[in-house]
Design a binder for this molecule. Structure first.
Ligand SMILES: Cc1cc2nc3c(=O)[nH]c(=O)nc-3n(C[C@H](O)[C@H](O)[C@H](O)COP(=O)(O)OP(=O)(O)OC[C@H]3O[C@@H](n4cnc5c(N)ncnc54)[C@H](O)[C@@H]3O)c2cc1C
Length: 469
C-alpha cells in the first residue's frame, strides 16, 4: 500500500479535525479503492469518522451534458455504497461559474487530513498541487488507478516491450484481491456544511444537468450510462458473452466482442484491479484465456499511465521518440490532399464514409471501437494541414466528446498515431516512417459495410441496439 501513497505537503495532522476527508476526484467508487482504504486507515488511527466528498463543477474544460450526465448517474450508487461503508457522503454540484468554488477548502478546514486520487492527466495534475499548498492539514494522493502502482516504475518506459517484463514480474504481488478495511467509527448525525450537499436521484438527473451553466450542445451518450452498477452489468455481459470471443473478435467492430469498460475505468466507476481479477477468474472457470485482455488492460493501459506520469505535457509532440520527430519534420512540407479543417472533421464531413462513421460513433456513443480508432487517428494526420493541426484536432475531439477522453490512454494513444511507443515503418508521403493505415486494409480485415449500417441506424433512430438495458 505504501508505494501507492504520496504526501504533497508536510503539514502536521490537524488534531482538532472532526473527520478524515476523502475527496473522490477521479476514482469515484467505494469498492477496490486504495485511496479510500488509506483514508479509512487514517480515520481509524486517529479515532475519527470518515467523510467522502465528491464534487462536480461546471467549470472544468468542455463541461457538457454528456460528461455531466455520466458522472451524475454514478452518484446514487456512490451515495449508497459509501454510506454502507459507514462514511458520511457529501456530493456538491457547482452549477454556475459565479458560485463559490471552495467546498473542498471549507471541508478541509474541519478535517484532520485530506486524501485524494493520484492521477497523471487532466485537471488533477493542476488541482492536486494547488489544493495541497492551500490546505492546512496533510494532503495525501493515492494511486488507485493502476494494478502495479505507478511509483514502481522509476522512469519513463520506451515501449510495451520494455514495460511488459517488469509488469509481469510484479503481477503475482499486485494482481491480488483487495479487501477494504472497515471503519471503526460509523458516521452519525448531520453532514458538516449540509447546505453544500445535493441529493441525486436518477429521475432528477436531466433537470440537474439542465440547471448547470455548461455546454448543452453535446447530448448524453446513446449507449453508456454511468455508475458502478452499470459498470458491473457491462462486466458481467463481457465475461458471459464476449470473453471467449475476445482474442479472435476484438479487431472486428461489428462483432462487439470488446468490454466497453473504458468510460467506467476513466471515471473510476470500476477499478482495473477488480476488473482484471474478475476477467482472469472467469477465463479460468471457462477453461479459456484472459491473456489478450489483460495485455490491453494492464500492459497497454499502465504503459499509458507511465508515459503520462513522467512527461510534463502528455499531449505534446515534444515527447515523441527522435526518429519520429525527425521523419515528421522531413515530411512537414509534403502536400496534404485532401486537407480538412477541424470543423469538417468534427461534423464528420470528409470524403471517406468509414472515417465519417467512426466520427459519428464518437458523436453518438462517446467512444470509437479500438480498431477503427487507429484508422480515425491516422487519417486525421493524413488530411490535416500540419501534424500540429492533426494533434490538436484529435485532442479536442476526445476532450469534448469521448466518455473515456482526458485519460492517460487518450494522449498516449493519440501520440501513438505519431510514432510514440511504435517503431519506424516504410517511408511514405506525409507520414515519413510513421505507421500508415489504409481504407483497403480496413476493408480487407473488417466488415466495413456492417459497421456503416450500424452507425447509419444509430444516427437515423437515435437508438443503440447494443445498449445494455
Ligand atoms: C487515436 C486513439 C485514441 C484513443 N483514445 C482513448 C481514450 O481516450 N481512452 C481510452 O481509454 N482508450 C483510448 N484508446 C485506446 C483504445 O482504443 C480504447 O481503450 C478501447 O477501444 C476501449 O474500448 P474497450 O473498453 O471496449 O476495450 P477492450 O478491448 O475491452 O480493452 C479493455 C481495456 O483495456 C484498455 N485498453 C484497450 N486498448 C488499449 C490501448 N490501445 N492502450 C491502452 N489501453 C488499452 C482500456 O482500458 C480498455 O477499456 C485510443 C486509441 C486510439 C488509437
Amino acid at each position: 500500500m505504501i508505494e501507492r501513497v504520496r504526501s504533497l505537503n508536510d503539514r502536521p495532522l490537524n488534531r482538532q479535525g472532526q473527520f478524515v476527508l476523502y475527496w473522490a476526484q477521479m476514482n469515484r467508487r467505494a469498492r477496490y479503492n486504495h485511496a479510500l482504504a488509506h483514508a479509512i486507515d487514517l480515520a481509524n488511527a486517529n479515532g475519527t469518522p470518515l467523510l467522502v466528498y465528491e464534487g462536480l463543477t461546471c467549470a472544468y474544460p468542455y463541461a457538457n451534458d454528456r460528461l455531466h450526465t455520466f458522472i451524475l448517474e454514478g452518484v446514487p450508487d456512490n451515495a449508497q455504497d459509501f454510506r454502507a461503508l459507514g462514511a458520511g457522503y457529501l456530493f456538491h454540484l457547482r452549477r454556475r461559474p459565479s458560485d463559490p468554488n471552495n467546498a473542498l477548502f471549507l471541508l478541509a478546514e474541519r478535517a484532520a487530513a485530506v486524501v485524494t486520487d493520484d492521477y497523471p492527466t487532466f485537471v488533477s495534475t493542476r488541482w492536486n498541487p494547488s489544493a495541497a499548498a492551500k490546505v492546512t492539514c496533510p494532503y495525501w494522493v493515492v494511486d488507485s488507478s493502476c494494478i502495479v502502482p505507478m511509483q514502481k516504475h522509476a522512469k519513463r518506459e520506451y515501449a510495451a516491450y520494455t514495460i511488459r517484463p517488469k509488469i509481469h514480474k510484479l503481477l503475482p504481488q499486485y494482481l491480488q484481491p483487495f479487501t477494504m478495511p472497515r471503519l471503526d467509527q460509523v458516521w452519525s448525525g448531520p453532514l458538516p456544511l449540509a447546505e453544500l450537499h445535493t441529493e441525486v436521484a436518477a429521475p432528477d438527473i436531466p433537470a440537474l444537468v439542465a440547471s448547470c451553466e455548461i455546454d448543452h450542445a453535446i447530448p448524453p451518450s446513446l449507449s453508456y450510462r454511468g455508475g458502478a452498477q452499470v459498470a458491473a452489468q457491462h462486466l458481467n455481459h463481457f465475461v458471459t458473452k464476449n470473453l471467449t470471443r475476445y482474442a479472435e473478435g476484438r479487431n472486428e467492430p461489428s462483432e462487439h466482442a470488446t468490454s466497453n469498460m473504458s468510460p467506467y475505468l476513466h471515471f473510476g466507476h470500476i477499478s482495473a484491479l477488480d476488473l482484471a481479477l474478475t476477467v482472469r477468474d472467469a477465463a479460468l472457470a471457462q477453461n479459456g484465456s484472459a491473456d489478450e485482455y489483460l495485455e490491453e488492460l494492464i500492459v497497454r493501459r499502465e504503459l499509458a499511465f507511465n508515459y503520462a506520469r513522467w512527461v510534463e505535457r502528455p499531449d505534446t509532440m515534444c515527447n515523441l521518440p527522435d526518429w519520429a520527430k525527425k521523419t515528421l519534420r522531413e515530411h512537414s512540407v509534403d502536400p496534404r490532399q485532401p486537407s480538412y479543417t477541424r470543423e469538417q472533421f468534427e461534423h464528420a464531413a470528409t470524403h471517406d464514409d468509414l472515417w465519417n462513421a467512426c466520427q459519428k460513433e464518437m458523436l453518438l456513443r462517446g467512444k470509437i471501437h479500438g480498431y477503427y480508432r487507429m484508422y480515425w487517428g491516422k487519417k486525421i494526420i493524413e488530411w490535416s494541414p500540419t501534424c500540429q493541426h492533426a494533434l490538436e484536432t484529435m485532442v479536442y475531439l476526445h476532450d469534448r466528446y469521448a466518455l473515456d477522453g482526458r485519460d492517460p490512454n487518450t494522449y498516449t494513444n493519440i501520440l501513438w498515431c505519431f510514432g510514440l511507443h511504435d517503431r519506424p515503418w516504410n517511408e511514405r508521403p506525409v507520414f515519413g516512417q510513421i505507421r500508415w493505415m489504409s481504407l483497403d486494409g480496413m476493408k480487407r480485415k473488417t466488415d466495413v459495410s456492417a459497421y456503416l449500417k450500424e452507425i447509419e441506424f444509430l444516427e437515423r433512430t437515435g437508438k443503440d441496439p447494443f445498449r445494455l438495458p
